[in-house]
Design a binder for this molecule. Structure first.
Ligand SMILES: Cc1cc2nc3c(=O)[nH]c(=O)nc-3n(C[C@H](O)[C@H](O)[C@H](O)COP(=O)(O)OP(=O)(O)OC[C@H]3O[C@@H](n4cnc5c(N)ncnc54)[C@H](O)[C@@H]3O)c2cc1C
Length: 382
């Protein structure tokens, strides 16, 4: 079973893949255990990724980015999973948040923040979810009220990835509490020495231990009105709806890469480990489990490549992205669980990569929009 090569890959993405592989294998993977204990990556790894050109790869060069496309971001995301180095939050920062800025930011906002995001000087997070609401985004309570030239923010957010290290938070807030979805805006908050802004503890998760996930609190936090993303209030919901398909595609990419990796690890193990005097791969059950899993990986790639090609052509619709997100993350959990079984007791030991893949996989069905919400989105088109 070789590593899959997609039709959308070319010599340029091959070169980037090699660079990313080296970075994740040599500079991230050996630190994963320590990062897991401290619950975040070292801050310097962000600057290092920026130095290598692994941040904001698909942002135009005039704003400090790599000038590439979604294919470049997808390549980096794949190599990260393959290297078993899940903690670094670069995909969210570059592939998702930077695109809010490049897509909707004013010229001044883009010039202010994108080059620093590309160099790793600024780490970005996006804060939608609140303790009281996640799926039902319209029900958020964080408010941004105009006061002179400022917005005054009040509210709290939870489960925020990159929350412990972030310097720039894109806060989803109500600028008009009475207007429902039309009252939602994105406000960019620079966190350094900001009165009223507070990070909660780093949350203890069942997996992804080295990825920082935090609560964030805003108590009468003042930011200039010019930090509203874009020119107009009330655009937040539309901006989120337009960008979420790309976020969901990233989750689908990591799903397929993780199941491919799980099958490779399990094949190696099953051929080497013996029981009853023969390799466990020789039992018909093991062969069938791996044959079925390998088939799911093949089908997964086929669907995923089709979605990526559509997205590169600007033709990926919201429902198809939702299909990729729910179906591929579901298959990821099925395949990884079956692989754990073939490892026996070792599959439950945290030092084994298959156990970490198992713990890391579960959240894929929840974040980026729960899989039930994906089915709601699809059903609306039926
Ligand atoms: C590790 C991690 C990282 C995260 N990172 C971020 C981040 O960076 N930024 C951010 O803003 N958020 C982040 N989240 C939050 C994540 O997006 C939410 O947890 C998710 O959207 C679900 O929201 P909720 O937890 O409030 O669940 P709820 O909305 O309370 O839903 C709970 C469950 O109810 C069911 N459900 C809800 N609504 C429906 C419906 N209409 N139909 C059928 N079933 C339904 C689903 O099964 C759902 O899983 C992260 C979460 C985790 C765990």
């Amino acid at each position: 079973m070789g590593v899959h090569r997609s039709r959308w890959m070319d010599s340029d993405t091959d070169m980037l893949a090699e660079l990313a592989r080296n970075f994740f294998e040599k500079e991230c993977a050996p630190n994963e255990e320590r990062w897991g204990r401290q619950q975040h990556v070292d801050r310097e790894v962000w600057s290092r990724a920026g130095e290598l050109g692994l941040l904001c790869a698909s942002i135009p060069e005039e704003y400090g980015g790599g000038g590439g496309t979604f294919a470049h971001e997808a390549t980096i995301a794949l190599e990260q999973v393959r290297a078993l180095a899940p903690s670094f939050g670069g995909m969210l920062h570059s592939g998702i948040i930077a695109h809010y800025l490049s897509g909707y930011g004013t010229e001044e906002q883009k010039r202010n923040w994108l080059p620093k995001m590309a160099s790793g000087e600024l780490v970005a997070a996006i804060a939608m979810t609140e303790p009281g609401t996640g799926s039902d985004l319209q029900a958020i309570r964080t408010s941004a009220v105009t006061d002179g030239d400022d917005y005054v923010l009040n509210g709290s957010k939870t489960f925020i990835s990159n929350g412990f290290l972030c310097d720039l938070v894109f806060v989803v807030a109500k600028t008009d509490a009475a207007a429902g979805a039309a009252g939602v805006s994105l406000i960019v908050v620079e966190t350094a020495d900001l009165p009223g802004f507070r990070r909660g503890r780093n949350l203890e998760k069942i997996g992804q231990h080295g990825q920082d996930t935090c609560e964030l609190f805003f108590d009468d936090v003042r930011v200039p009105r010019s930090n509203l993303l874009g020119e107009l209030e009330g655009q937040g919901f539309i901006q989120l709806m337009q960008q979420l398909p790309q976020e969901r595609l990233f989750l689908a990419i990591s799903a397929v890469a993780a199941m491919e990796k799980a099958v490779q690890l399990t094949l190696d193990y099953a051929k080497e480990r013996t029981a009853f005097g023969k390799p466990i791969f020789s039992f018909q059950n093991s062969k069938f489990v791996l044959a079925e899993s390998d088939t799911l990986v093949t089908v997964g790639w086929s669907f995923l490549d089709d979605c990526i090609e559509k997205h590169l052509a600007g033709e990926l619709d919201i429902a198809t992205a939702a299909k990729a997100k729910w179906w591929l993350t579901e298959q990821q959990c099925i395949v990884v669980d079956r692989c754990v079984q073939l490892f026996g007791g070792y599959g439950y030991m945290a030092e084994y990569p298959i156990a970490r893949l198992y713990a890391d996989s579960r959240v894929q069905k929840v974040y980026g929009g729960a899989n039930e919400i994906m089915k709601e989105i699809i059903a609306r088109t039926l």
